[in-house]
Design a protein around this ligand. Structure first.
Ligand code: ADP
Ligand code: ADP
Length: 239
């Protein structure tokens, strides 16, 4: 069975603030709605690297957020290893994500007050892993992305590319079944980008990886590319 499957998912965002109860009583109109994703279906098998392509605003991040269980679809279903995410409580869904999904955000979301090592170890804190094991695993992951000599640095003391690699190490530290990455090589030079892509190819062995990207070398490591236009999947092809 696939690691994750989205079936006919539609996501509608309500822009701006909700008019609220008083607003509605006064007949204030609802905020305009954005259909970020329209009836999209995709299934990702173990060992597969899927590239997600499409212009800015086409719904790539939205689809990644749904596959990662960060948000629920407005319509349709997302199943993770045959569990319908909608059937879980918010707490169970968070737990499942922490244990099984590694996410590399486009803007990293690193904590400025923590060292690279502590940032990478953060998901392990939430999973209750012992301090010494956390430290060891965080350092091993940082070494694998070429940052073995930067473990004590804070994000502000690192370049954009180094911060990106810290974010990648953090996404992989729990040994996730599904890895979701939004433009994971956006800040990297060719050489470092190649290294990070090798790492993705290596981890994809028995996991599922979804990479949203505009970058040709990044999409080239994908077994299959899903193309989005205006929230709709326009094509799903082998590379
Ligand atoms: P991409 O990642 O391809 O650039 P997104 O998924 O970020 O596309 O966005 C798809 C559409 O949904 C865009 O019109 C975007 O502005 C809108 N959108 C995304 N997230 C939100 C949100 N939280 N609230 C309102 N609109 C959103
Ligand atoms: P990432 O978390 O991948 O770094 P961004 O920094 O692009 O994503 O977006 C941060 C948050 O803002 C996300 O939760 C996303 O859903 C939301 N968002 C994206 N586009 C819009 C938009 N047009 N309006 C409101 N929220 C948005």
């Amino acid at each position: 069975p696939p690691v994750v499957r989205a079936t006919d998912v539609t996501k509608i965002y309500t822009r701006g603030s909700d008019p609220g109860r008083i607003g509605r009583l006064l007949g204030r109109p609802d905020a305009p709605k954005v259909r970020a994703l329209e009836s999209a279906s995709v299934a990702i098998e173990p060992g597969e690297i899927v590239g997600l392509a499409g212009p800015s605003g086409s719904g790539k991040s939205t689809l990644l957020h749904l596959l990662a269980g960060l948000e629920l679809p407005t319509e349709g279903t997302v199943t993770f290893q045959e569990t319908d995410l909608e059937s879980l409580s918010t707490r169970q869904r968070t737990r499942l994500r922490l244990e099984h999904v590694g996410i590399v955000f486009q803007h990293f979301h690193l904590l400025e007050s923590l060292s690279a090592r502590a940032n990478v170890a953060l998901p392990l804190v939430e999973l209750g892993v012992r301090k010494r094991d956390r430290r060891e695993r965080a350092e091993r992951l940082l070494e694998r992305v070429g940052l073995g000599d930067r473990t004590g640095h804070r994000p502000g003391e690192l370049s954009g590319g180094e911060q990106q690699r810290v974010a990648i190490a953090r996404a992989l530290v729990t040994d996730p079944t599904l890895v979701i990455a939004d433009e994971p090589t956006g800040e990297l030079d060719t050489e470092t980008g190649r290294r990070v892509l090798d790492e993705f190819e290596r981890i994809a062995d028995d996991r599922a990886v979804v990479l949203a990207s505009h970058d040709r070398p990044t999409l080239e490591i994908a077994d299959r590319i899903v193309r989005l236009t205006d929230g709709t999947i326009r094509g799903d092809d082998e590379t």
